[in-house]
Ligand binder design. Structure first.
Ligand code: IVH
Length: 666
């Protein structure tokens, strides 16, 4: 495989895993594998700047933004940490710091808590607000929910600074997590994969009474402000305990040497299993704030800190059989069914085998004794076979299935991809459900009151067979269903009716054509007056559109070459959806920003960030995530992140304010 293909493959894989993790909350791979893949991509991109792409997964940090919360900008951006799994790289970090500082320094070693991060602002001794990490620059205001956490003080005592932030991790303790999953199991609800997902899911609940019942806890590890009491990070946190914070300073240690650091790592690698909450590594921070300042930041993380992640735990157990799951995209995942075994505090019965190559690589046979690992406490996976345990009796070799277990279609494998897919997009049940879920989602048809569970129920009961079925539903059809009632039934029907006004570009996105995301859908809507024109477009016409390459074009052609898809569109048309462009959809489109790459940063007064993104695209520009030499200019609001500012200045990229920008596109 060529370098370019490898980069494309990694990008595609990472995009998918990112979505699984952040949007669906059902990761398929461990943090470790994700990190490794990301690092491989970063290295390749660094070596081959000619393949730079502003929408590469390396360009963004995950976002946990949620539409139901008010978004608040972070005064100081919430960055992530560089991380490593090797002691060698810890030593490299230590040497780098030593060389850069060229003076004595201390390193504060502490645990890396595996929860969801939070920033708490205190003003005049009162908790003013609690904001999630979000995209690092702005997060969701979850103050009401955070107030239910008993260990977070609402008012302080002692000589606290007038204004400061304290950051930390919100966690669900193991026992609470297990209890919650037991209750969920009894109610036949989907279980939380790990305490981290449980904590972040809980924090995003709209009902803070339920949050209160979930007994979350917080571990705080970072003080920020203009007037902190001490010069050392550790000392500041110790001081904060006097203001009423619960801070686990007893798990922290100031290290004077690399050996001290390794001792700390080795001690906690086993000792952490006795803690009430999940940890996935340790964090090392240069203790002196002055030295931290001197070391500074890279674009994504501080140079004065690093995270070391613990190796996952391993167990040996028997493989009884392999079953197969079909996902929303038709991807088929092999699952190992195991003799139950204890691993990192939970009992494991199933593990992911990822794809046919992995099975082949392991030379897996039924009845084999296999090693199971739980990276980042997510879905466990098989990492090896104990071939010595096979003896005389060796079971049947595991062969990847050839046909879909849900619908019986023959599976296919796309070039350059490891997964097998069920190609029966229009009639394979999990794929149909997935398509409907995408269709109703916020950025697509945005149908209020309708979520995945409800869609699932409608589908199971045969009330809908595809997206067009939604438009046939009546209040009477659904009001007597489980957990429904007249009022919510009416709301759903109203929401469905309202979606008929959703503009052409979003309907195009909602169709769920492979590779046609929001931006591509917008470009298409701009170039075609209606869906018929698109249906009849050939390859050449399609690839002439900005940002549409052969892969996307082929996918569009293949979508419309399926008569079932054409029939579906016909039904949607009859239902009254916007399948042609309105005159007003085109108003506001210009070429004023043609060919320009624009970064948006900070907080704005005239329009929201999303609106600015829209304005950029409507005027022919491209909104990109991070600053590079190719950036045309930065549209900057209040509180632009200091790292971005520094980078912009270094690269000599122009910074434009809101008014200047609006004048430019007038
Ligand atoms: S310090 C600028 N300390 O790990 C440094 N982070 O990848 C800010 N985390 O987003 C982070 N335990 O959610 C720090 N003792 C600790 C931590 C910790 C867990 C999380 C945090 C952060 C991520 C960094």
């Amino acid at each position: 495989m060529g370098i370019k293909e490898k980069i494309d493959q990694l990008r595609a894989e990472l995009h998918r895993h990112n979505y699984n993790y952040y949007v669906l909350n059902v990761p398929e791979i461990s943090d470790r594998e994700f990190d490794d893949m990301m690092r491989e991509l970063q290295n390749l991109e660094q070596e081959h700047p000619e393949y730079q792409d502003d929408s590469s997964p390396t360009m963004r940090v995950g976002s946990d933004l949620n539409k139901n919360f008010i978004q608040v900008p972070h005064k100081y951006p919430m960055l992530s940490l560089g991380n490593t799994y090797s002691e060698g790289e810890v030593a490299d970090f230590y040497e780098r710091v030593k060389k850069a500082l060229n003076e004595e320094f201390e390193v504060c070693a502490e645990l890396k808590y595996d929860g969801t991060s939070i920033s708490l602002t205190y003003e005049n001794g009162k908790l003013l607000r609690a904001v999630t990490r979000g995209d690092g620059e702005k997060g969701d205001d979850v103050t009401d929910n955070v107030k239910t956490i008993r260990t977070i003080p609402l008012v302080l005592s002692g000589d606290y600074p007038q204004l400061f932030e304290i950051r930390g991790e919100i966690l669900m303790p193991w026992i609470v997590f297990e209890e919650l999953n037991r209750e969920k199991e009894a109610r036949e609800e989907q279980l939380f994969a790990n305490p981290r997902n449980a904590a972040s899911g809980t924090l995003k609940l709209q009902n803070s009474a339920i949050v209160a019942s979930r007994k979350l806890d917080a571990y705080l590890y970072y003080l920020l402000g203009e007037e902190l009491p001490c010069e050392g990070h550790y000392e500041n946190l110790q001081k904060a305990t006097q203001w009423g914070f619960k801070i686990a300073t007893k798990y922290m240690k100031k290290c004077q040497s690399l050996q001290d650091i390794f001792d700390y790592i080795h001690y906690w690698d086993t000792e952490r299993k006795n803690l009430p909450v999940a940890t996935d590594g340790i964090v090392l921070k240069v203790n002196s704030l002055k030295q931290q300042k001197n070391l500074g930041f890279t674009a994504k993380s501080p140079r004065w800190a690093i995270a070391y992640k613990f190796q996952a735990e391993r167990a040996l157990t028997r493989l009884n059989k392999v079953t197969y799951q079909v996902g929303r995209t038709g991807a088929v995942t092999p699952v190992a069914n195991l003799d139950p075994v204890q691993l990192s505090g939970t009992i494991v019965k199933r593990a992911s085998l990822h794809n046919a190559d992995i099975i082949e690589g392991l030379d897996l046979h039924v009845g084999d004794m296999v090693y199971v690992e739980k990276g980042g406490e997510i879905i466990p996976k098989i990492t090896g076979v104990d071939t010595n345990a096979r003896g005389m009796m060796i079971g049947e070799k595991v062969k990847f299935i050839t046909h879909c277990p849900e619908c019986g279609s023959k599976l296919t494998r796309y070039e350059g991809e490891a997964a097998h897919y069920c190609p029966n997009e229009t009639a394979c049940p999990p794929q149909i459900k997935g398509k409907i879920e995408h269709f109703i989602s916020r950025k697509a048809m945005n149908i209020d009151g309708l979520g995945p569970e409800t869609v699932d129920m409608f589908y199971r009961l045969g009330l809908i067979k595809d997206t067009s079925g939604l438009y046939q539903l009546t209040t009477d059809d659904i009001k007597n269903l489980d957990r429904m009632g007249e009022k919510s039934a009416e709301n759903i029907i109203k929401g469905i009716a309202q979606s008929k006004e959703v503009p052409f570009e979003r309907v195009l996105f909602a169709l769920g054509i492979r590779f046609v995301g929001e931006t591509v859908a917008k470009k298409i809507a701009k170039s075609f007056t209606d869906i018929e024109e698109l249906e009849n477009a050939d390859l050449e016409r399609l690839i002439n559109i900005d940002e549409i390459g052969e892969k996307i074009a082929q996918s569009i052609i293949s979508y419309f070459s399926n008569p079932l898809n054409r029939e579906l569109i016909e039904r949607l048309k009859v239902a009254g959806l916007q399948l042609n462009r309105k005159e007003e959809d085109l108003s506001g489109y210009t070429d004023k920003l043609n060919g320009q790459s624009i970064v948006i940063s900070g907080v704005f007064t005239h329009h929201s960030r999303d609106e600015y993104k829209d304005l950029i695209e409507k005027n022919g520009g491209k909104n990109v995530g991070s600053i590079s030499a190719k950036t045309s200019f930065i549209l900057a609001g209040e509180n632009m992140g200091p790292a971005k500012l520094e980078k912009a200045q270094k690269l000599g990229v122009q910074i434009m304010n809101e008014d200047e920008f609006l004048a430019l596109i007038m």
